[in-house]
Design a protein around this ligand. Structure first.
Ligand SMILES: N[C@@H](CCC(=O)N[C@@H](CS)C(=O)NCC(=O)O)C(=O)O
Length: 242
């Protein structure tokens, strides 16, 4: 069967890419993968190329994009280091795929139980965090203001912030932690990366500093991860659309 991954309308930058290629926009979902790539570059010097698209023009709904990700959403990775090139969609799956380049296990876990914790928190945010905070943003920005919808997603987002606070504060374990997964105080991992890009936008989502006082460990976790050089690079100028 011939490889249908690329069509006539596939941008040259995507079709001709060598090695890893990231198609993104610097949104919370895009930033997850941007951060892990920058972290991997800092540790291992891995290389990739990037195509920045503008989702407000619906580029992600075009045929060339849907060939790579039928869900029509960014980010997507294409691994051209394998034959045929292998596309990866869905941010958490992308983070887990990229761990194959993390030879020393800096951002994931080899221990069975630590790995399970990492997956639990990664999936928790993917399934029970991002959809709420994403919909909160959607309804807050919508021209038609629907108070019921805004209130519903505002409450649910605050609730999942509370879940993260329980985890980080050690409320039920007696052991506060610095990161979501791993023994003891935990280790910075893809679970944190997958969650942080959303939670760090709490002000833009409409939560005041006063309201966030309910989640002191979470706010501290947000500030601490924000200091990482790879994180600063990944959410900065390098990924801004022209
Ligand atoms: N579940 C998907 C969500 C991806 C997603 O929603 N991406 C947004 C940007 S943050 C997007 O592409 N929106 C454009 C659209 O919905 O057409 C993932 O984790 O990869």
């Amino acid at each position: 069967m011939s490889n249908q991954l690329y069509g006539n309308d596939t941008p040259a930058g995507v079709k001709d890419a060598k090695g890893l290629h990231l198609i993104t926009q610097s949104t919370p979902n895009g930033q997850k993968v941007q951060i892990l790539l920058e972290e991997l570059a800092d540790v291992y010097g891995i290389e990739w190329t990037t195509t920045l698209i503008n989702i407000s023009t619906n580029e992600q709904k075009k045929d060339w994009f849907l060939r790579l990700n039928p869900n029509g959403r960014i980010p997507v990775i294409v691994d051209n280091s394998v034959s045929p090139p292998f596309p990866v969609m869905e941010t958490s799956a992308e983070l887990l795929y990229l761990l194959k380049f993390d030879k020393d296990g800096k951002f994931g876990f080899t221990d069975e139980f630590e790995n399970s914790e990492c997956l639990q928190w990664l999936f928790f945010w993917h399934g029970s965090g991002a959809p709420y905070q994403g919909n909160l943003g959607f309804f807050r920005r919508a021209a038609e203001k629907l108070p019921f919808a805004i209130e519903r997603f505002r409450k649910e987002t605050a609730r999942v912030f509370g879940v993260l606070e329980i985890r980080l504060s050690g409320k039920y374990t007696g052991e506060p932690r610095d990161y979501l997964a791993g023994k003891g105080r935990g280790k910075y991992s893809v679970a944190d990366i997958g969650t942080w890009t959303w939670v760090k936008n709490y002000s833009a989502s409409g939560y005041t500093e006063e309201e966030m006082k309910e989640f002191p460990h979470l706010v501290k976790w947000v500030s601490c991860i924000a200091e990482r050089p790879a994180v600063k690079k990944a959410i900065g100028e390098k990924y801004k659309n022209q």
